[in-house]
Design a protein around this ligand. Structure first.
Ligand code: G6P
Length: 373
C-alpha cells in the first residue's frame, strides 16, 4: 500500500500532490492546432448547445461546490443563467426543466445514486444532460447525452481533492466552449483565459513546494480547535464551504463556510475571543470593490477577538494589518483563484486530522461513493 501512495503518508496527501497533473491532464488534448477549444469528444449536436436557455448543475458534496464555483464563470462568460442544485433536492421538487435546459451532472465516481436519479428525472423532462465525470464508463456518463471526462486519475481517499479541481477545470472548459460556440465573447478574450488556465498546474506546484510547510504548522497548532468559520465572497464563497466540508469530513470539527457579506446578518454573533476564522480574499485586481469589502470583513471579526487566518494573493500587503497569519498563493485572475485557494484548505484539514490521530483516507461514517438514495 505504501508503494501505491507513492511515498506519501496517505492517499489524500498523494492526491493533493497529484493536483498539478490532474489539472494539466484535464486540459490536455482539448485544443485544436490554432489553440481553439475543441470538445468534439462530447458528440453532442452544436445546435442543441446553441439553443439552450438555462443550465442546471446537479451534484452532491464536493462536486456540488465545484458546480457553485463554475456558476460564476459560466454566467459571466456565456450570459446563460446557471442554477446549481443538490441532486437529491432537484429530483424531488418538480423543477422547471425542458428541451432548452442543459443539465450538467458532476460526479467523481459516476455512481452517486442521488445524482443518477436527478439525471434520469431531467432526461424524462426532455432536458439534455452532459456528465462531468472522473470514472470512465460509469453509470452517470452512460445515462447522459454526452460526457466530458476529468482526467484526475483514480481518487482513493474518501475526501475529494484532485477530483474537485479537475471538475472546476472541466466546467470552465465547457463554459468557454459554449461562449465560443455562441459567439458572445471575442476569440482573443477566450484565448487569454485559456492561457491563464494553462499556468495553473505550475502555480499549484508552487503552493505545494513553497507554501505547504506553513499550512502544516498552522494545522498542528490548531489541533484542539473546537470550531472553525470560513468566509469568502464571489468564487471564494464556495471555496469557503469546501474548506469547511473538508474539516468536517476529516477532523470531525464543527465548521461552516459563509458568504462574507452575510456576516452582519447573523454569523458575526458566533465570533468571540479566539474563534478561528479563515478568510479567502479575492485578488486586488479583480472585481470592483470586492477586495476592500473582504478586508473590512476581516477587520470586523478581528475587532471581536477572532483569530484571523487569511488566504490572499502574493503581494497583497493590505491584508496584513488585521491578519493573525497570512497564507499567500500565486497571482491569478478572479475566476481562476479557486484552483489555488482551495489547496491550502485541503492541506489544513488533512494535517489537522492527522495531528488528532485520525485516518484521513477513511473518515468515520463516510463512503467514497454513496450508491443508495
Ligand atoms: C460522497 C463522498 C464525497 C463526494 C460525494 C459525491 O459523499 O464522500 O467526497 O463529494 O459523495 O461523489 P461523486 O462521486 O458523485 O462526486
Amino acid at each position: 500500500a505504501s508503494a501505491e501512495k507513492g511515498g506519501f503518508s496517505s492517499f489524500m496527501d498523494k492526491e493533493i500532490h497529484d493536483q498539478p497533473q490532474a489539472v494539466g491532464d484535464t486540459l490536455l488534448g482539448r485544443f485544436d492546432t490554432e489553440g481553439k477549444l475543441s470538445l468534439d469528444e462530447m458528440h453532442i449536436d452544436e445546435n442543441v448547445l446553441k439553443s439552450i436557455d438555462k443550465i442546471v448543475v446537479v451534484a452532491c458534496g464536493t462536486a456540488a461546490y465545484a458546480g457553485q464555483v463554475a456558476k460564476y464563470a459560466i454566467e459571466h462568460w456565456c450570459r446563460i443563467p446557471v442554477e446549481v442544485e443538490l441532486a437529491h433536492e432537484f429530483r424531488y421538487r418538480d423543477p422547471v426543466v425542458n428541451e432548452k435546459t442543459l443539465i450538467v451532472a458532476i460526479s467523481q465516481s459516476g455512481e452517486t445514486m442521488d445524482t443518477i436519479m436527478a439525471v434520469r428525472h431531467a432526461r424524462q423532462q426532455g432536458a439534455k444532460v452532459i456528465a462531468i465525470c472522473n470514472t470512465f464508463g460509469s453509470t452517470i456518463p452512460r445515462e447522459s447525452d454526452a460526457v466530458l471526462y476529468t482526467h484526475a486519475g483514480p481518487e482513493i481517499a474518501v475526501a475529494s481533492t484532485k477530483a474537485f479541481l479537475s471538475q472546476v477545470v472541466a466546467c470552465y472548459l465547457l463554459g468557454l466552449y459554449l461562449a465560443q460556440l455562441r459567439g458572445n465573447k471575442f476569440r482573443d478574450e477566450i484565448a487569454l483565459i485559456l492561457k491563464e488556465l494553462q499556468t495553473i498546474p505550475e502555480k499549484i506546484q508552487r503552493i505545494l513546494d513553497e507554501g505547504k510547510d506553513q499550512v502544516l504548522e498552522l494545522a498542528r497548532r490548531n489541533e484542539d480547535v473546537g470550531s472553525v468559520l470560513f468566509l469568502g465572497r464571489h468564487v471564494g464563497y464556495p471555496v469557503a464551504m469546501e474548506g469547511a466540508l473538508k474539516l468536517k469530513e476529516l477532523a470531525y470539527i464543527h465548521a461552516e463556510g459563509f458568504a462574507a457579506g452575510e456576516l452582519k446578518h447573523g454569523p458575526i454573533a458566533l465570533i468571540d475571543d479566539g474563534q478561528l476564522v479563515i478568510i479567502v480574499v479575492p485578488s486586488k485586481r479583480g472585481r470592483d470593490s470586492l477586495h476592500a469589502k473582504v478586508i473590512s470583513n476581516i477587520q470586523e471579526v478581528r475587532a471581536r477577538g477572532a483569530n484571523t487566518v487569511v488566504i490572499a494573493e502574493e503581494g497583497d500587503e493590505d491584508v496584513r494589518e488585521f491578519a493573525s497569519e497570512v497564507i499567500y498563493v500565486p497571482e491569478t485572475t478572479t475566476l481562476m483563484a479557486p484552483l489555488l485557494t482551495t489547496v491550502p484548505l485541503q492541506i489544513f484539514a488533512m494535517e489537522l486530522a492527522t495531528a488528532k490521530g485520525l485516518d484521513v483516507d477513511q473518515p468515520r461514517n463516510l463512503a467514497k461513493s454513496v450508491t443508495v438514495e
